[in-house]
Each structure stands twice: as structure tokens, then as C-alpha cells.
Design a protein around this ligand. Structure first.
Ligand code: GAL
Length: 638
């Protein structure tokens, strides 16, 4: 497959006479794709029904004239101001009942029927006009970004009641499923059920989980409404640009309606803004980004990209927005080390990305993102990332294909588990995403390549090691797959610890066939507490295990922490990195995997034909006798 580069471009921000020059420079840089249009609704329809598409026709023609391919975004993340006059109640409402007002973006509630109709209208107009001319489509922009999945609006309330009626059929069934007899919370009618906000103390977790499921389904419905229209007029692939660490909707569900998954990768922004890492880690990787966070999302979205075809791990995926320099939105916004805009692109390709698009072409001198770098400065002079993009484009010409192949290690990722542990963390820092990233990080430190799979996976054939930590409700087919004696498997902590209705199952968890172990009770631990084990410590979470399974690791005073029956393991705790690395080392060796304890900040990714080595460390590192400089990328045939 041909791997390509692209860029995000906003022709509506620049005088028309500059478009041709921009397109020429894009082509000269070696870019193939240009994404446009996703925020342009007010330019396309300045007042209701007054359509102005001629400028977009010319912009697309200009890009095409220079041999560039176009991804057209539907503009539904930025409804114009007049939309609010038409639909004053279309705004999302936060849990405190504050409207999420006009003046930035994503100011809509997924459940508002009037706004949904407006979206259908504009998407139909665009699909009719450009269905045969553009090369790809993007729906909306970053669902869920800026905390916009959950809305407590009147429209959401009404839709939630309908959704509940569909799911439970009768109020009695709902009362039983939720355990509403507790605190006399029973309902006689679906219309009595409010959204789970503004309650005196915590609402019923089953109520919250139902609301989380409903909210995810609303995103799926909103997206599907657009893809159905586009497909009537176009054969071009449809994708959406997901964000990093947004877990409020099930991306696998949205993915069933899309041809390609893409995500927006801002390694330095994420490190500063949304990674639960300590100060020393943040300082060390300040200008490179976390060594595992991008790779984790690459593997996750590769799986999401497979949702439509049901090929478990190997879907089509892109980077739709790649950080080019300092961003504007994190608490601090350092510049990347020279070479990182290249390294990040290569790491994406090594994980199977088809295309990496940089965000954005030229830095805008106005409005919210005026401090956000582009490939060009506001005065059109090259910013440092332009040369790096050109270098990657050149390197791609001579590169052998970076096709992926099935990894030996599978990690199960499940969005509803994130909702379950958000709803009832039990310990303030029990965060599903962090548990997954800690596990993934330990595997990567050993040089392993990993496939991420959804919890709907029914077969683990071909894998040697499979892990399903924190998977709140273990679906039966996956449970069976995890008992395959030919695979080393690890469940826990908290795997299978809740029913689908957010209750404690009896028999008690984890209730795994072949492993006689019961979680008799659980404790969460504050950051001041760390219980030593042979290597590393138990932190955050500790389960008291009973049963006849063999103890594999225990606390110094003899409480089992890891138990096993042959190849089947259960971890009754959250471990620090030292503990996780030690455990992964043991599991990988048992599974017969070749491992390397990599120097700090060095990471490996194997494609079907090549081994890629990336240096995230701020100092040179040696890999098998070769010195790799900071931000260095090195590849060798396997
Ligand atoms: C993304 C978004 C872009 C732009 C960018 C800035 O989240 O999709 O429109 O805002 O961040 O880093």
C-alpha cells in the first residue's frame, strides 16, 4: 500500500488569490491529501437557506488542479449563529444545567431533533454536490471533544426515556434491573425518570451507566444519519477524526458505519494536559511526548477501523491531525525537539496508518488558535515542521511497504468498562484508561508489538499472550476464548466484576472457568500507600483472593496478588510500573515471546517486514550496537 501525507487547510480563512500558491507548495512538499470544510457552515450558508457553495467549488478545483486529493468535512460541529435563533433549545446542557453556549464550537446536543434535521439538510446538499468529486469524507469533527458527549438538556431527557422504554420494556423490569427498591427509587412510568444529575447524593450507578450507554448511542445515531446520506451520493470512503483519550462514546460502535478510523494526535499537548503522569516523566518527555500514548491510540484506532469489516485488529486508519509545533490549548505549550514531527509520522506508519495529515497548513493570526503552529507561519514563511514533512514525503518514496501483521500480544479494550469505573471508581484514581496504558506501557518496554481488540472478540487464535484487565463485564464468547489453554492469559484487576446492569454478580467475580479463585473483598489505596511484593508494589487497588489457584506472587505478609492455573493468570491488584514490567516479563517468557528490556524512552514496533526503533529519550540511546539520536527513527528488515 502507498502511504501518504496530507494537511488540514481552511481556504475560507485566506484570500482566494493565495489558494493556488498554497496548493502548489503543498504539492511541492510532497503532500497528497488536503482536508477542508469542517468548520465552514457560516460561509456555506450565511443565512438560513442562502447557499454559497461557489467558493468551495473553486477551492476544491484549485486543489485538484495541483494533483491534491480532498477530504471534505461535514460542517456540523460549528452550526452558525442563526441556527440558535431557529432552535434556541439545541444547545447541550451540562450537569449543573448550564447551557454550553454559542461562541466557540460543538455547541449542540446530539439528541435535538431539529438540529439533527438541519444536519441532514446540509449534509445532503454537500453530498449531492461533491459526492462524485471529493476523494474522502469526514463526518463532523472530534465527537466528544470539549466534554460534549453527555448532555442534560430537555431533548436528551425525552430521548433517554424513549431509549429506556425500548431497552427495558416495562418500568418494573427497569426497577428490578437497577435495584430501585434500594432507597425507594422505584418508578411507575418511564416519564418519571430524570437524567442522573442534580441528585442530593450519588444517583444509582445503574441509572448512570444506562445514561452513559444512551449518550454513546446518540453519537452513533448522529454519525449514522450523516453516513447514510453520504453513501447515497458517493463511493468515497467516510471517516471521522476521533480524539485522544475520549472515552465517552463507544468508538467501535461509531466505527461500524465508517470505512476508516482516524485520530488527532497532539503528543505534547496530551502529555501536558491529559496524561496522569508525574512531574519527572513530564519533564523528561516535554518535547517528545509520552513514548506510549500515541502508539496506544494507533493500535486502538487500528482496531476501531476494523469495526465495519469485522476484521478484529487490522482496520484502515489515519492520523487526521498531527501536531506540527507548539499547540495553544495545553497548560504549557513547548516546541517539539527537532525531528519529532518526523518521528511521530513514522511511528504512525509503523502501526499501519495509511495517511498522516498535519494540522494545519498555515498558522492563523486571528481567533482562538492564533498561537497554534502550522507548517507555515502566519507570514507564510516555513515553520520548522514543513521541512520535516517534506523529509517524510521523500523517505516514503523509497520505503518498503509498512503492512501490519498480527502481533503475538492482544489487549482487550472496552469503552463500557471505562463508563463503569467512572461511575463507580471506588478509589479516586481507578481510571480504566490508565490501567490499560500502564499495562500497554509495560509490554512496550519489553519491545513487544501489541494488537488491541474489542470485547466482542470471539477468538484469540494466533495470539500467544492475551490480557483483559479491568473488563467490567466479560462477554461469554470472550470468556471462552480466554480459557484457550494454548494462550497465556491475564484477567484482573476487576475483570468481570460487574453485571451489565452495574451490580455485583453472584457467584462472585471473577468467575472464570478453569481458575478457582474468588474476589472475597476489595480495597482501594490512597497514593500514600504502596504494598511491597517481590518486585514492585501494589498501588491503588488490592483484592483479597480466595480459592485453590496457585499463588504466583504475594505480598510480604503472604496475601496472594497474582494467581494462576497453568497458562491462566489472575491479577488481584493494580501494580506500579516495576511490578507490571516484572509480571509482563514472566508472562511473555511463559508465552515463548522474545523480549528485550529496552533503554528508557526507546520503543520498538514490528511491521510485517520491518522492525522500527524510535527514540523518545532526550539523549542518544543504543539499540543493538546502533546509536539512535533523540527523535531518531531507525528501521531494519526483519
Ligand atoms: C483538534 C481540532 C482542530 C484544532 C486542533 C488544535 O482537537 O480538531 O480543529 O482545534 O485540535 O490542536
Amino acid at each position: 500500500m502507498n502511504r501518504t501525507l496530507g494537511v488540514c487547510y481552511y481556504p475560507e480563512h485566506w484570500p482566494e488569490e493565495t489558494w493556488a500558491g498554497d496548493a502548489r507548495r503543498m504539492a511541492e512538499t510532497g503532500l497528497t491529501w488536503v482536508r477542508i470544510g469542517e468548520f465552514a457552515w457560516s460561509k456555506l450558508e450565511p443565512s438560513p437557506g442562502k447557499l454559497q457553495f461557489d467558493w468551495l467549488d473553486r477551492a476544491i478545483d484549485t486543489l485538484h488542479a495541483h494533483g491534491l486529493k480532498v477530504i471534505l468535512g461535514t460542517p456540523t460541529a460549528t452550526p452558525p449563529r442563526w441556527m440558535l435563533t431557529r432552535h434556541p433549545d439545541m444547545l447541550a446542557v451540562d450537569a449543573q444545567r448550564h447551557p454550553r453556549k454559542f461562541g466557540s464550537r460543538r455547541h449542540y446536543c446530539f439528541s435535538h431533533p431539529g438540529y439533527l434535521d438541519e444536519c441532514k439538510r446540509i449534509v445532503t446538499l454537500l453530498a449531492e454536490r461533491y459526492g462524485q468529486s471529493v476523494q474522502a469524507w469526514q463526518t463532523d469533527n472530534e465527537y466528544g471533544c470539549h466534554d460534549t458527549t453527555l448532555s442534560y438538556s430537555p431533548a436528551a431527557q425525552e430521548e433517554f426515556r424513549n431509549w429506556l422504554a425500548q431497552r427495558y420494556q416495562s418500568p418494573d423490569a427497569l426497577n428490578t434491573a437497577w435495584g430501585n427498591t434500594f432507597w425507594s427509587m422505584d418508578y411507575a412510568e418511564f416519564d418519571e425518570i430524570d437524567l442522573p444529575n442534580l441528585t442530593v447524593t450519588e444517583p444509582n450507578p445503574a441509572h448512570v451507566l444506562a445514561f452513559r450507554r444512551f449518550s454513546s448511542d446518540q453519537v452513533v445515531r448522529f454519525n449514522r444519519t450523516q453516513t447514510e446520506i453520504i453513501r447515497r451520493h458517493s463511493d468515497a470512503p467516510i471517516l471521522h477524526n476521533y480524539m485522544g483519550r475520549v472515552l465517552e462514546f463507544d468508538h467501535f460502535d461509531v466505527g461500524t458505519d465508517l470505512d476508516i478510523a482516524s485520530w488527532d494526535s497532539y503528543p505534547l499537548g496530551f502529555l501536558s494536559d491529559r496524561l496522569g503522569a508525574g512531574d519527572a516523566h513530564k519533564q523528561r518527555y516535554l518535547r517528545q511526548g509520552d513514548p506510549d500514548n500515541q502508539a496506544f491510540h494507533h493500535d486502538l484506532y487500528r482496531a476501531v477501523g476494523a469495526a465495519r469489516e469485522g476484521a478484529p485488529h487490522d482496520g484502515r486508519w489515519w492520523i487526521m491531525e498531527q501536531q506540527p509545533g507548539p499547540v495553544n490549548w495545553a497548560p504549557w505549550n513547548p516546541a517539539p525537539l527537532p525531528g519529532m514531527a518526523r518521528l511521530w509520522a513514522w511511528e504512525a506508519f509503523a502501526h499501519g496508518a495509511e495517511t498522516v495529515c498535519y494540522f494545519r497548513w498555515r498558522q492563523a493570526p486571528f481567533a482562538q488558535e492564533q498561537q497554534h503552529a502550522g507548517l507555515l507561519r502566519p507570514d507564510s514563511q516555513p515553520a520548522p515542521a514543513l521541512a520535516e514533512a517534506a523529509q517524510v514525503a521523500n523517505e516514503l518514496k523509497d520505503m518498503p511497504d509498512t503492512a501490519t501483521h498480527q502481533a503475538a500480544v492482544a489487549l482487550i479494550f472496552d469503552y463500557p468498562s471505562a463508563w463503569a469505573w467512572d461511575t463507580q471508581p471506588q478509589g479516586a484514581d481507578f481510571t480504566y484508561f490508565d490501567l490499560m496504558l500502564d499495562t500497554y506501557r509495560a509490554l512496550r518496554k519489553l519491545g513487544l508489538s501489541i494488537d488491541i481488540l474489542p470485547s466482542t472478540t470471539t477468538s484469540l487464535k494466533g495470539y500467544k499472550l492475551a490480557l483483559a484487565p479491568g473488563l467490567a463485564t466479560l462477554p461469554e464468547p470472550l470468556k471462552q476464548a480466554l480459557t484457550d489453554p494454548g494462550i497465556v492469559t491475564l484477567c484482573g484487576p476487576r475483570t468481570n466484576a460487574k453485571t451489565a446492569e452495574m451490580a455485583i454478580p453472584v457467584p462472585l467475580p471473577p468467575n472464570l472457568p478453569g481458575l478457582d479463585i474468588t474476589v472475597a473483598r476489595v480495597e482501594s489505596l490512597p497514593p500514600t500507600e504502596a504494598i511491597p511484593i517481590a518486585v514492585g508494589h501494589v498501588i491503588r487497588w488490592f483484592e483479597h483472593l480466595e480459592g485453590s489457584a496457585e499463588t504466583f506472587a504475594e505480598t510480604i505478609d503472604g496475601h496472594p496478588v497474582i494467581v494462576r492455573n497453568q497458562n491462566q493468570f489472575y491479577l488481584g491488584a493494580w501494580l506500579d510500573q516495576e511490578g507490571f514490567v516484572a509480571l509482563m516479563t514472566d508472562l511473555a517468557m511463559l508465552a515463548g515471546l522474545e523480549i528485550t528490556h529496552l533503554p528508557e524512552g526507546l520503543r520498538i514496533r514490528d511491521t510485517a517486514t520491518h522492525r522500527f526503533v524510535f527514540n523518545y529519550a532526550p539523549e542518544p540511546q543504543i539499540y543493538e550496537g546502533t546509536e539512535i539520536p533523540p527523535a531518531g527513527v531507525h528501521w531494519t528488515p526483519l
